[in-house]
Ligand binder design. Structure first.
Ligand SMILES: O=c1ccn([C@@H]2O[C@H](COP(=O)(O)OP(=O)(O)O[C@H]3O[C@H](CO)[C@@H](O)[C@H](O)[C@H]3O)[C@@H](O)[C@H]2O)c(=O)[nH]1
Length: 454
């Protein structure tokens, strides 16, 4: 992307949520804005701090988040809702102090704050400092649009869902099915309801809403977002091909993945990863292991420490199973995912459908097997399987036979070939959006002008 310097002397302050899936798009946005000539300061929490050394062109300022060493060691991301509540309570005053100092000391004009829609206090803070605030949504616009109605779904009588109506659509929230609902609204509404309400209210008071998405994927949802939030909307993604997310990885990437893939045949390997937050039970882990093993298809499997509840890593696998798995596949703790998905040897992606993974898979034209864990992943997976038809949905069946069947169907059977063809069409459409003159590319120009006008 061409570098412009007409905005020299203007600085934008970014404040990501401390989750891998939120830090990567925020730093991608930082790179986009930097390429348009803006200087960048990133304020971040101590927990899950981004690696400043990987981004020498940006300034990084760390604030306290109030999490104790014990809490950090116990992996607070295992309960995202309670983590968000806690850091939202703890980080307000350190954030205010930090931003106040920055505004006083900066040699350049600070044009605006851009922060994640998961921060609840930043709109009030920026209003108190007279600094315009823009909001970055790191998931699909369709899901943010549903924030006002999610708390109401519980009272609509959809839950509990009987077997006979499991596949019925949720009329207020297409293309979600009733069986998806519980893992969106959760068991506990005490924290969720107020969180969603404040997010909607503060976004409506903001100076604009940015999505890591594009018109080609969700034109209607972007227009609806404009009607709901009544602020300017900018869909500026997915720019993975231009600004790799790998430099914003919080975990050490196993660099042996790519050389291992080099020795595999074209489109023969199924890549398996459930992102940075989802966790599964011991028995689910074993079902995935046997399913991959029985499929006889080469695989690259990310087992993040913390993925399996109650286990350190892969010690639950018997020596016999480890040996058998090792004949066909490779297990790593964290992969350079974008490089992996771009590799010619990858033919499919068994994914939890986090928005980043879903976009990265589409950008590389890799069809998916959907195994969503909850929240927006339930919606993304429905789009992948039911609307775009570029993947197979496991419907939550973490069962060795189902996994074996889905892997074979996607990787070797004719149905997989049809899905792959549709994926190639979608990939080309999305690629056009980020090229010069494409919808996202134009939206970046409009965003840069909007920031200048603030
Ligand atoms: O071995 C790995 C596994 C993942 N990744 C990267 O980690 C990111 C994961 O992001 P995502 O796919 O969005 O999953 P989560 O980490 O689960 O993201 C959280 O944040 C997303 C954006 O808000 C939401 O869509 C998800 O539901 C939420 O769980 C992606 O960029 C991957 O490339 C790696 O680099 N290596």
């Amino acid at each position: 992307m061409e570098k412009k310097s007409n905005n020299d002397g203007l600085r934008v302050v970014l404040f990501p949520l401390p989750l891998q899936g939120c830090i990567s798009p925020m730093l991608q946005l930082a790179k986009i804005l930097h390429s348009k000539g803006f200087s960048i300061t990133v304020i971040h929490t101590r927990f899950n701090a981004p690696k400043a050394s990987s981004h020498p062109l940006f300034n990084f300022l760390q604030i306290e988040d109030g999490l104790s060493e014990t809490e950090i060691n116990e992996d607070p991301t295992s309960n995202v809702m309670s983590l968000l509540a806690q850091i939202n309570r703890n980080a307000e005053s350190p954030f205010l102090d930090c931003l106040q100092k920055l505004l006083l000391q900066s040699q350049e004009r600070i044009t605006c704050l851009i922060d994640d829609c998961g921060w609840l206090f930043t709109q009030s803070v920026s209003e108190s400092l007279n600094l315009p605030r823009m909001v970055l949504c790191t998931f699909k616009a369709t899901f943010l649009n549903a924030y006002p109605i999610i708390p109401l779904l519980r009272t609509k009588g959809y839950l509990p869902v009987s077997d006979s109506e499991a596949e019925d659509s949720v009329l207020e929230f297409p293309p979600l099915q009733k069986r998806d609902l519980l893992r969106v609204v959760g068991e506990d509404e005490e924290e969720l309801g107020p969180f969603l309400r404040v997010t909607v209210e503060t976004t409506m008071r903001s100076s604009g809403l940015i999505f890591m998405s594009c018109e080609e994927l969700e034109k209607d949802s972007l227009s609806i977002a404009n009607e709901i939030f009544k602020v300017p909307i900018f869909a500026v993604g997915p720019f993975h091909g231009y600004f790799s997310a790998s430099s914003s990885s919080l975990f050490a990437q196993d660099e042996t993945c790519v050389p291992w893939l080099d020795n595999q045949e074209d489109k023969s390997v199924i890549y398996v990863s459930l992102g940075s937050v989802v966790n599964i039970s011991e028995s689910e882990f074993l079902e995935i292991a046997y399913g991959l093993n029985n499929s006889k298809q080469p695989f690259l499997w990310v087992v993040r420490p913390g993925l399996v509840r109650g286990a350190e890593w892969i010690e639950l696998l018997t020596e016999e199973l480890v040996n058998s798995l090792g004949e066909k596949g490779k297990i790593v703790k964290w992969a350079p995912q974008q490089d992996v998905l771009a590799h010619r040897a990858i033919g499919g992606f068994l994914t939890h459908n986090g928005w980043n993974s879903t976009l990265e898979s589409i950008c590389e034209g890799v069809p998916m097997i959907c195994l969503p864990g909850g929240w927006d992943q339930m919606l993304n997976s429905r789009f992948v399987s039911d609307i775009w038809k570029v993947g197979i949905h496991l419907e939550g069946r973490i069962d060795r036979n189902e996994i074996e069947k889905a892997v074979k169907m996607l990787m070797v059977e004719s149905e997989g070939e049809t899905i792959r063809e549709r994926m190639n069409v979608l990939k080309d459409e999305i690629a056009r959006s980020v090229k010069h003159g494409g919808s996202s590319s134009r939206s970046i120009e409009t965003l840069a002008n909007h920031i200048l006008s603030l």
